[in-house]
Design a protein around this ligand. Structure first.
Ligand SMILES: *[C@@H]1O[C@H](CO)[C@@H](O)[C@H](O)[C@H]1NC(C)=O
Ligand SMILES: *[C@@H]1O[C@H](CO)[C@@H](O)[C@H](O)[C@H]1NC(C)=O
Ligand SMILES: *[C@@H]1O[C@H](CO)[C@@H](O)[C@H](O)[C@H]1NC(C)=O
Ligand SMILES: *[C@@H]1O[C@H](CO)[C@@H](O)[C@H](O)[C@H]1NC(C)=O
Length: 522
């Protein structure tokens, strides 16, 4: 008995030990896989981001003005064909800004800059999912417009349409009948912000078309305009909202120093010329760079973008990398990262309970999407340059922490949120619905109707969901309390913009595949 009991006990002990080892092993494996689960974004998630990229690019097609080429949107047709004709310039192309029919040059140029940046960094990922051509086509639709908007050295058309009268209409772009005045800036009424943003867009796009086309003449033309616009912006300084006070109500620029640095950074990347490096590291840096102070990237504030783009030079460009001011930009880009990383000692309080960066009630998704893109891109620079650590006030973070943050914001947008609502129209994503009442004229009016300016308001007020899907529209987004009211007249939450769409394209491109960024953009 005793013997048996003893051996029984012994066997029991052995089993216990083995069980403990197995349990420990499993727990270890689970913990390990948990730790890596987000960073190594599984295949299923990557294909979600690829789908989100395809969907979001379609919104740029919906926003196209002019004589459409290979139009794939059944409810869209030619429109605004005579834009610019009052001044004998062809301003028919370009993109409508949002749910309205305005062409606002300031945010439109920003849209182009972001799209070009995305193609430069993540073009290979776009190619893998057949989105490279749609992306470059949409970019060219804007840059064709921007080139035409710059008919003389020190003059730039920065708006088509009168926002006050345009907003009194609810009609389709194809049948709009109100006057389409154009607004310019020039030597006596300058606008360094919009001019420099346009210069940034054309410099970035010149790199895209240098790579993507055998014919380099278009790229050279863009670069020529970019250089000229930069010197116009630099030489005749001023806010465009001072020269054209009517823009204050819509896209009031709060400064032009950020755009000058951003354009200088892009021109340095596009040309490699010392002049531009000297510009961004010289007096303009003292005046405008706001070193070590993390701010929010948006259509108005380009500083975080300029900081990350110049940090790129610090990582990969031997000549610029040794410059101490470029080092300061990199340090400031790090502060931008430490501001958004959820476990950083410096983490911002501007976020919702579930961790979405939240800065503004209008267009609330703009900043989380923009910063998720910047964070993932910065992480990719770290990876490529073998920089393993990011220091935030004594605590270290890795490239994977940046990617996890980007994924958390992207997943929120795609439905992992308390509303279980995907904020990207046309895709349920991780949620179970997407908005049906997007504030968008063209989407809200049946395509066979031809309402006049005022006749269309019945569709704004209708209780029926939009008859046309504004596929790829990223709506404004949730309130701070993470609720969303899906109503057509809820402009704050429900109006999609082209620049937020470009930022979403940037974020989804960066998550679509794990691809190493190139050391050089040219
Ligand atoms: C310069 O631009 C301002 C603002 O758009 C405009 O009022 C003025 O007529 C322009 N000047 C010239 C010479 O065209
Ligand atoms: C526009 O920006 C300027 C410069 O920052 C600011 O002084 C002004 O209050 C702003 N106006 C509006 C209407 O937001
Ligand atoms: C990582 O994934 C886990 C499990 O899916 C999730 O609970 C967590 O919120 C994710 N973290 C981030 C930063 O996305
Ligand atoms: C959420 O916030 C919005 C905007 O501040 C407010 O109108 C709404 O009542 C809030 N909803 C809840 C459930 O607290």
């Amino acid at each position: 008995m005793g013997r048996t009991r003893k051996s029984c006990c012994c066997i029991f002990l052995v089993i216990l030990v083995i069980a403990a080892l197995i349990a420990g092993g499993i727990a270890y494996a689970v913990l390990k896989s948990k730790k890596n689960s987000n960073a190594s974004a599984n295949i299923a998630d990557e294909s979600k981001y690829a789908e989100a990229l395809k969907v979001s690019l379609q919104f740029l097609d919906i926003q196209k003005a002019g004589k459409l080429v290979n139009n794939k949107v059944s409810w869209r047709g030619n429109s605004a064909l005579k834009d610019g004709s009052v001044v004998d310039v062809d301003l028919s192309k370009g993109l409508y800004d949002a749910g309205d029919h305005m062409k606002f040059g300031f945010p439109m140029a920003f849209t182009a800059t972001i799209l070009a940046w995305t193609i430069l960094e993540y073009g290979e990922s776009m190619k893998k999912v057949d989105q490279y051509k749609p992306a470059t086509d949409s970019l060219k639709w804007i840059t064709d417009y921007l080139v035409n908007a710059h008919p003389k050295d020190n003059m730039l058309y920065v708006q088509v349409g009168n926002a006050d009268t345009d907003h009194k209409c609810w009609d389709r772009p194809e049948t709009m009948s109100d006057k389409r005045p154009v607004s310019q800036i020039n030597k006596t009424s300058p606008g360094s912000d919009v001019t420099a943003e346009t210069a940034a867009a054309l410099a970035a796009a010149s790199l895209v078309f240098k790579k993507s086309s055998d014919d380099t003449s278009y790229s050279e033309e863009l670069l020529k305009h970019s250089k000229q616009l930069f010197s116009f912006a630099d030489k005749y300084r001023g806010l465009y909202s001072a020269s054209l006070p009517k823009v204050k109500k819509y896209y009031n620029s709060t400064g032009y120093g950020d755009e000058l640095l951003w354009a200088g950074a892009w021109l340095y990347h596009a040309t490699g010329e010392k002049t531009y490096l000297n510009f961004v590291t010289g007096k303009a840096a003292d005046d405008y760079a706001d070193m070590d102070n993390p701010t929010w990237f948006s259509w108005d504030n380009k500083l975080p973008g300029a900081q990350v783009l110049l940090a790129r030079s610090s990582f990969f460009d031997e000549e610029a990398g040794g410059n101490s001011v470029i080092g300061n930009y990199k340090q400031t880009a790090e502060a931008v990262m430490c501001n958004v990383l959820p476990n950083s000692p410096k983490t911002t309080s501007s976020k919702t309970d579930s961790g979405l960066i939240w800065v503004s009630e209008w267009n609330s998704l703009q900043q989380p999407v923009a910063h998720a893109f910047l964070a993932n891109l910065y992480g990719d620079y770290m990876k490529k340059s073998n920089n393993k650590k990011l220091d935030c006030d004594g605590e270290t973070f890795s490239r994977d922490d940046l990617r996890d943050f980007a994924i958390s914001q992207a997943n929120y947008v795609l439905g992992k949120n308390p509303e279980k609502m995907s904020y990207l129209v046309g895709m349920d994503g991780f949620g179970d619905k997407f908005p049906q009442f997007v504030h968008h004229r063209g989407a809200s009016i049946p395509a066979d109707e031809k309402p006049s300016c005022s006749e269309g308001f019945k569709w704004l007020e209708s209780d029926e969901p939009n008859p046309n899907e504004a596929t790829g529209a990223l709506v404004g987004g949730p309130y701070l309390n993470e609720t969303y009211v899906d109503a057509r007249n809820n402009v704050k939450q429900g109006e999609p913009t082209t620049y937020s769409c470009a930022l979403a394209i940037a974020l989804f491109s960066s998550l679509t595949t794990t691809h190493d960024v190139d050391k050089s953009l040219s």
